[in-house]
Design a protein around this ligand. Structure first.
Ligand SMILES: Cc1cc2nc3c(=O)[nH]c(=O)nc-3n(C[C@H](O)[C@H](O)[C@H](O)COP(=O)(O)OP(=O)(O)OC[C@H]3O[C@@H](n4cnc5c(N)ncnc54)[C@H](O)[C@@H]3O)c2cc1C
Length: 509
């Protein structure tokens, strides 16, 4: 252990036993070198002191939130580094209902934050990822992401200001706590930086009132033209709080994963928590009655949620969504999936592995509504060219689709393949679920093949002009910038982190 670190950081905040620190060198997809040790600060002051002490010794800093990413964002560089685990920084500093803002320490999870806000009828504008049982506000602000409240933008659109610990241990506040931007957008510069500019200690986020009335709609489509046309049109109208879909493969798989009994249980739990036992019983009965067979012959599916103050408004939005979707050949099916998901927005992350314990990795691209069909066709062409090798390696692919804004939607192909699980998977999956998985032997050949296919897919997304969140060490950012723009980012990095010690290598900096 480095003596300067040991004297600057309380022993209780340092993990040095390799049996404990090994977990931190694996992400959902890959593994990296071991850190010198893991630093789990209990306070923001300690975070700043520890970072300053490490960088004075020339030790690099790699921040980690919930560890739910798969783009190498916290897999360290090939040089000594301190892994900063933010999981003890979970305080809610202030819920300011008068000004509709919330300030939190960045290690809080989206699930914890939602639970604190819900009794007050509040939520953050974009309120988390499906991984929010573990994923943190700091991870979301540093990597960006989309899911809950996507109609309000991506995660970083909810940010007003950050308190960031810079490389020298200084604490910088990036902006006003109630309006952004006041002049050039410093908060925006730190958003989605993957920790390259500093470690976020606190975030002040915009609150909105949570909807009191919901309407749900699910639709089946026979063709990609239908589903993507409908997504783009629903996005343009801004009627859905969430609008997401599955391709035929993921559709079938989703049905294999969870039991109907767990659907009904999670739905009933939410309804009861909202104080409506009668509605809980009624909705639970409806879901049970619908079963899961309604999805048997569905090629593509799209699921939408309208969230408003009054039921009549939510119903009117859903009627309009239905009219639009039917214009693209969509036919209504049971709305079990959006109901279940909204009832349990941050489920256990058992889907981090496939139904039999296969390995899993998503790759995504954001494309404007007008280019979704072309994008989908190009991806299918890539898979067709690789069909024989995919079969030989036991690689299967599905896709998650989601509307993100009036301008853009997400296509997220997901690979499954046989290989053994890593310590992070075994840590994150519920023990009872883990015990039921068949599991697979080590299979480096198939994993290497997926690695190549993943690279080919990212290159394809680049040719399509797609953009990405979760850039980290996986998506090429430099190529998307004009030289002048990239030079500005490099100059900022040099100013904030002259020794290049803050998460070296992320963003390609
Ligand atoms: C089951 C599952 C479901 C998912 N669902 C979604 C989804 O719906 N939408 C979506 O967009 N993504 C999703 N993801 C991907 C991932 O969970 C998100 O990107 C999430 O935001 C990661 O947050 P985290 O706290 O786990 O960050 P980590 O994985 O710990 O870190 C992510 C990056 O942020 C940096 N970082 C973390 N904390 C800080 C900090 N305080 N300061 C500076 N840098 C920091 C890390 O260095 C790293 O580069 C999912 C993943 C899984 C496994």
């Amino acid at each position: 252990m480095n003596a300067a670190l040991a004297s600057a950081i309380p022993a209780a905040e340092l993990l040095t036993d390799p049996a404990e620190t090994d977990l931190f060198r694996h992400d959902v997809y890959a593994s990296g070198p071991a850190p010198l040790c893991v630093f789990r600060p209990a306070t923001v002051e300690s975070l700043a002191t520890g970072i300053g002490a490490a960088t004075r010794e020339g030790i690099a800093i790699v921040p980690r939130g919930g560890g739910m990413s798969y783009t190498g964002g916290y897999l360290g560089p090939d040089r000594p580094f301190l892994l900063v685990d933010t999981s003890a920084l979970t305080r809610i500093v202030e819920i300011n209902e008068a000004d509709m803002t919330v300030t939190v320490e960045c290690g809080i999870t989206w699930k914890e934050l939602a639970a604190a806000l819900r009794p007050r009828g509040l939520r953050v504008k974009s309120w988390g990822t499906l991984s929010g049982i573990n994923a943190t506000v700091g991870g979301g602000m540093s990597q960006n992401g989309v899911f809950w409240g996507a109609s309000g933008g991506s995660l970083v659109d909810a940010a007003l200001s950050f308190d960031v610990v810079l490389a020298d241990g200084t604490l910088l506040t990036t902006g006003s706590a109630f309006f952004r931007p006041y002049g050039p957008d410093l908060t925006g510069l730190f958003a989605a930086d993957c920790g390259a500019f500093g470690v976020k200690a606190r975030a002040t986020l915009r609150l909105v009132r949570e909807g009191a009335a919901f309407a749900y709609g699910s639709f089946a489509f026979d063709t990609p033209e239908g589903v993507f046309g409908a997504m783009a049109a629903v996005g343009r109208e801004g009627l859905a709080a969430e609008c997401f879909g599955f391709d035929p493969f993921l559709q079938a798989q989703r049905m294999k994963r969870d039991s109907l009994a767990s659907d009904v249980k999670s739905l009933a739990a939410m309804m009861k928590a909202q104080g409506s036992v009668f509605k809980a019983l009624k909705e639970g009965a409806k879901v049970a009655l619908a079963g899961r067979s309604f999805l048997d012959d569905v090629p593509f599916s799209l699921h939408t949620i309208a969230e408003r103050r009054r039921q009549a408004d939510a119903d009117a939005d859903m009627a309009e969504i239905t009219r639009i979707v039917e214009g693209f050949g969509g036919r209504q099916i049971e709305n079990t999936i959006p109901k279940i998901l909204r009832a349990s927005p941050f489920p256990p992350v058992n889907s981090i592995v496939g139904p039999a314990g296969e390995r899993w990795v998503p790759v995504h691209g954001f494309l404007p509504g007008s280019r979704l069909v072309e994008g989908w066709a190009a991806i299918q062409q890539l898979f067709a060219e690789n069909a024989a090798a995919m079969e030989a390696h036991g690689v299967q692919a599905g896709a998650l689709l989601a509307v993100v804004s009036p301008q853009v939607s997400l296509i997220e192909p997901v690979f499954f393949w046989p290989d053994e699980l890593n310590p992070l998977h075994r840590h994150a999956v519920e023990p009872a679920h883990l015990a039921r998985l068949k599991g697979f032997a080590a299979n480096p050949a198939s994993t290497a093949f997926v690695g190549q296919l993943r690279k080919d897919l990212i290159a394809l997304f680049q040719r399509l002009g797609a953009v990405h969140v979760q850039v980290a060490r996986s998506y090429p950012l430099k190529a998307a910038h004009q030289p002048e723009g990239w030079a500005a980012l490099e100059a900022l990095k040099a100013q904030l982190d002259p020794q290049g010690l803050m998460n070296p290598g992320v963003l390609g900096l």
